[in-house]
Design a protein around this ligand. Structure first.
Ligand code: KIV
Ligand code: NA
Length: 277
């Protein structure tokens, strides 16, 4: 299948074809997700939570996103690879934002970057796009603003705030974003935004009307039994599968059932030299 580009995604919206996006942090997963047909792989700063074990995404650095991007790119042949701009990599100045976006592309191999924020970031977005880098927007529940939001709280639940989200989405499209993530907002608000934008919307906790959906890969695979927010659907229980496999391995190590002959090596059979007649 052909390489997915920003044009593929826009055409998919026009054709009413849903876009399937997942987060990805390493090459082995990238090969599986790319092979399964994901259109977009995001090296998200959610790696701070699921890979690093941090409570928020705030400690994630540009160097860390680059490290994971390189791994994901090596495992990807068809999907469009997006790198997340981490906290404080684009908020301090336009120059710094462009330089950091450039690093995700030049050093990490990203084909686009994603950043959180609405109309306030239109100048930053314009300058990154002008540098030749496609930008995916991200509005609604934006985890880098966890302290300003006072927690991971659904956004846009009253008319005034819903209107603000629509204005932000329109501002992102006008600034040159090729797509926008809508996170943690009412389904009706996401539906209205999706109908008013010509660029594709990708939802997470934003209802069924978005042009595509994204989930954190560890969440949809059920890697953490203690994390089950409303917006996540678990398509597997890998916590149990992995735990079970490891318990069996440990039992077999302790009982000496593993390794058996089948997993062991033998010496090369020696050819006995025949004495001269
Ligand atoms: O970091 C991330 O995983 C994200 C997606 C959930 C949109 O930003
Ligand atoms: Na993110």
């Amino acid at each position: 299948a052909n390489k997915v580009t920003i044009h593929t995604l826009r055409k998919m919206k026009q054709a009413g074809e849903r876009i399937g996006m997942l987060t990805c942090y390493d090459a082995t997963f990238a090969r599986i997700l790319d092979g399964a047909g994901a259109e977009v792989l995001l090296v998200g700063d959610s790696l701070g939570n699921v890979f690093q074990g941090e409570k928020t995404t705030l400690p994630v650095t540009v160097d860390q996103i680059i490290y994971h991007l390189r791994a994901v790119c090596r495992g990807t042949s068809r999907a469009h690879v997006v790198g997340d701009m981490p906290f404080m990599s684009y908020q301090t100045s336009v120059d710094e934002a462009v330089r950091n976006a450039g690093r995700l592309v030049a050093e990490g191999g990203a084909e686009a970057v994603k950043l959180e924020g609405g109309a306030d970031f239109d100048e930053v977005i314009r300058k990154i796009v002008r540098a030749g880098i496609p930008v995916m927007g991200h509005i609604g529940l934006t985890p880098q603003s966890v302290h300003r939001m006072g927690g991971y709280v659904i956004q846009g639940r009253d008319e005034e705030k819903a209107k603000k989200l629509l204005d932000d989405a329109l501002a992102l499209e006008a600034a040159g974003c090729y797509s926008v993530v809508l996170e943690g907002i009412p389904a009706t608000v996401a539906e209205e935004i999706t109908s008013k934008l010509s660029i594709p919307t990708i939802g997470i906790g934003a209802g069924p009307s978005c042009d595509g959906q994204v989930l954190v890969i560890y969440d949809l695979l059920g890697m953490d039994p203690s994390f089950s927010p409303k917006f996540v659907k678990r398509y597997a229980q890998l916590h149990e599968t992995i735990g079970g496999a490891v318990r069996t391995y440990l039992e077999e190590v302790k009982s000496a059932a593993f390794p058996s002959e089948a997993h062991s090596f033998q010496m090369t059979p020696q050819v006995r030299s025949v004495p001269d007649a």
